[in-house]
Design a binder for this molecule. Structure first.
Ligand SMILES: Nc1nc2c(ncn2[C@@H]2O[C@H](COP(=O)(O)OP(=O)(O)OP(=O)(O)O)[C@@H](O)[C@H]2O)c(=O)[nH]1
Ligand SMILES: [Mg+2]
Length: 340
């Protein structure tokens, strides 16, 4: 963190860390640039902020000004309960898994570097959806320059490897290094997993440091991999990512992913009802553990959030129809009646 920063800059930095929507992040970056103390000691950071503004503006301009840009935007607008990106070496089966899990038609090929773009898709868990984003591979030879931008809105990562290929022992550390050079750190700690390793204390207060909870996907289990391979990999990395073993080809193990993500991300489903009307039982709004009635109201509509006076709630943690204030925490399965 630069020295002698103003409270305005601190506020902008906090807002940037929280912002997940790309347009909102761009506004925050501009605010960071406006409020950063302009002296020698911050020149590096000023340049970094400017680069990020330029890249993100270009990304956002993509779909709007068709014709002016040659390619589509690489940043996928987050939808559903959370956004989770697939990262891994070439040919690991990322796209095959994406297609299997979401029904997408992302390109699959028997050769490396098949995928060139971000491809969104939706993974269903009970009555909610988690967005999965297929991405191009990362290797020692190549990483798309926009990769790090595409990861900014992500809530988590599937680190997909071909566990039958001994090369994965070299590929994974390379991927972690390449991302770390760009300030993206894959961590084993997920909010909903108590067994995960503690998050390294952010020794720097760098606003651009991105820690992404990661699950190792040991893919191609049908190819008779060495059963010790995951352990060897973990020892090598000195990290114990939660691991799911699966096969995109046979589908074995793939059913575990959605419940894992739901739990690890601490998704909380809240059903709403209008006073005097029956509950809307099939389309929950989703927040994370720690979310409030006010957060739910914001998802309904910003005017509802603004005018919210109180709510009546039904659920495990409240009496039926209990009246609560906007700051009341919600839990999974709650029914909320918003009163304006
Ligand atoms: N046997 C087996 N083959 C698989 C499995 N998953 C993917 N494949 C094959 O592996 C090859 C690569 O699959 P892709 O899904 O294109 O891999 P990718 O990681 O997206 O590759 P890039 O886009 O190049 O990074 C294809 O020939 C797939 O059919 C699996 O679980 N088992
Ligand atoms: Mg692919």
């Amino acid at each position: 963190m630069p020295t002698n920063v103003s409270p305005e800059y601190k506020k902008a930095e906090e807002a940037y860390r929280k912002a997940s929507e790309p347009g909102e992040r761009l506004d925050c970056l501009r605010e960071l640039l406006r409020t950063i103390p302009k002296h020698k000691g911050t020149e590096h950071l000023q340049a970094d902020i400017k680069t990020r503004i330029k890249q993100l503006s270009e990304e956002l301009a993509g779909p709007k000004k068709a014709g002016r840009r040659s390619g589509p935007s690489h940043v996928v607008h987050p939808e559903g309960a959370a956004q989770v990106c697939l990262i891994g070496p070439p040919n690991a089966g990322k796209s095959s898994l994406h297609a299997h899990l979401t029904g997408s038609h992302t390109d699959i090929g028997p050769y490396p570097y098949t995928t060139h773009l971000s491809v969104p898709g939706m993974l269903t868990f009970e009555d909610i959806h988690i967005q999965l984003v297929d991405l191009p591979p990362v290797s020692s030879e190549f990483m798309e320059p926009w990769m790090v931008n595409a990861l900014q809105p992500a809530d988590g990562v599937l680190l997909v490897v071909d566990i039958s290929d001994p090369d994965c022992l070299e590929q994974v550390p390379t991927i972690l290094e390449r991302l770390a050079e760009k300030k993206v750190f894959l961590t084993p700690a997920w909010p909903g997993l108590k067994t995960g390793e503690a998050v390294e204390p952010g020794e720097d207060d760098d606003p651009f440091r991105l820690d992404l909870p990661t699950v190792l996907i040991a893919n191609k289990s049908d190819l008779d991999p060495d059963p010790e391979e995951v352990e060897i990999l973990e020892d090598l990395l000195g990290l114990r990512f939660p691991t799911l073993t699966m096969s995109a080809k046979t589908g074995d193990g793939t059913d575990e992913l959605a419940p894992f993500l739901f739990r690890a991300l601490e998704v909380v489903r809240v059903y709403t009802k209008t006073p005097g009307k029956p509950a809307d039982n099939d389309k929950p709004f989703t927040v994370r553990r720690g979310g409030t009635v006010h957060d739910v109201a914001r998802l309904v509509h910003k005017d509802v959030a603004r005018d919210l006076k109180f709510a009546r709630m039904w659920g495990d943690e409240v009496f039926d129809g209990q009246q609560v204030g906007p700051d009341h925490l919600v839990s999974d399965g709650d029914l909320v009646e918003l009163h304006l």
